[in-house]
Design a protein around this ligand. Structure first.
Ligand SMILES: [Fe+2]
Length: 289
């Protein structure tokens, strides 16, 4: 399996920090901590943070942080990447301190997304306040959730994640959307059905959505109600995906990306018996635009 064990955190760039503050606090019901440099650190579980929103002139994902088992594995992973001709850059002391990890380095995917490999992220003994998320989010060894990103050259990106990073293909979806055939590839690196989805479309933004998962359908319904009460645009109404069986809706973020808020995602616990399939639709029902 991959050196990368879970999608540990996301760093987002935005010029709309105040909107993100309210989005995380009032809609997602997470705990937001303002930092001295104007960025936000957001807690959703025992980890020190899962999201950082950095002040930026442009809106998009800034980096995705993946956890490696320990420092020795971090070094071995770096050697592996270098042997494949991938440039690796060690984190500065400031970056390591901001990430609250023991050590880190970063590299880029074929279309320039910054991927950070880290070990030993800080956990806090005090749980975060999640007033509307009884039971908490489904995180732990599965990381915070998943991301779906676009790829202009899907074949090149797919080969990178599969062959260089050793992500395992979960399944594929091929669907005509508004007359265009679009291919999606889903990858797992732990029991979560997918940690990364690639959509083979050129797009203004690299990140289409991030997904967070809760344990109870009522928590999803109440989140949809909160979004509507806050006049947050709903990108896709409630629906169910055929591959990961996730029941979810998608709410627009202040950065024009989306948050998928869902429950009931499938787990892949037995790699040897997992059958890779191709589906012909993104949704089994619902998810109306
Ligand atoms: Fe998703």
């Amino acid at each position: 399996m991959s050196y990368l064990k879970n999608l540990n955190y996301l760093i987002l760039g935005s010029s709309r920090i105040d909107e993100w503050h309210s989005y995380f606090t009032d809609f997602l019901s997470m705990e937001v901590h303002e930092q001295a440099d104007g960025s936000l650190k957001v807690r959703m579980d025992e980890q020190a943070y899962r999201f950082i929103v950095k002040p930026s002139e442009t809106e998009d994902i800034w980096a995705a942080g993946f956890q490696v088992a320990n420092r020795a594995e971090l070094r071995a992973f770096e050697q592996h990447l270098r042997s494949r001709g991938i440039e690796c850059v060690h984190g500065t002391a400031d970056e390591v301190a901001e990430r609250q990890v023991e050590d880190m380095f970063w590299f880029q995917d074929p279309e320039g997304l910054r991927l950070e490999a880290v070990c030993n992220p800080l956990r806090l003994s005090e749980p975060p306040a999640l007033p509307h998320i009884p039971g908490g989010f489904l995180t732990g060894s599965q990381g915070f959730g998943h991301i779906a990103i676009t790829a202009e050259d899907l074949d090149a990106c797919e080969a990178f994640y599969k062959d260089v990073l050793d992500f395992k293909v979960s399944d594929y979806i091929r669907q005509d959307i508004q007359g265009f055939p679009i291919r999606f590839t889903f990858f797992h690196i732990n029991p979560r059905h997918h940690t990364l989805a690639l959509a083979g479309v050129p797009a203004l933004y690299r990140m289409h959505h991030l997904m967070v998962e809760v344990k109870d359908v009522d928590v999803v319904g109440r989140a949809l109600e909160r979004a509507k009460n806050m006049d947050i645009p709903i990108h896709m109404e409630m629906g169910r995906h055929p591959n990961d069986r996730m029941l979810s809706f998608y709410a627009k973020t202040p950065s024009d990306s989306n948050v998928e808020f869902g429950t009931g995602g499938l787990e892949i616990n037995d790699e040897s018996h997992w059958e890779v399939k191709t589906y012909d639709a993104i949704s089994e029902w619902g998810h109306k635009l």
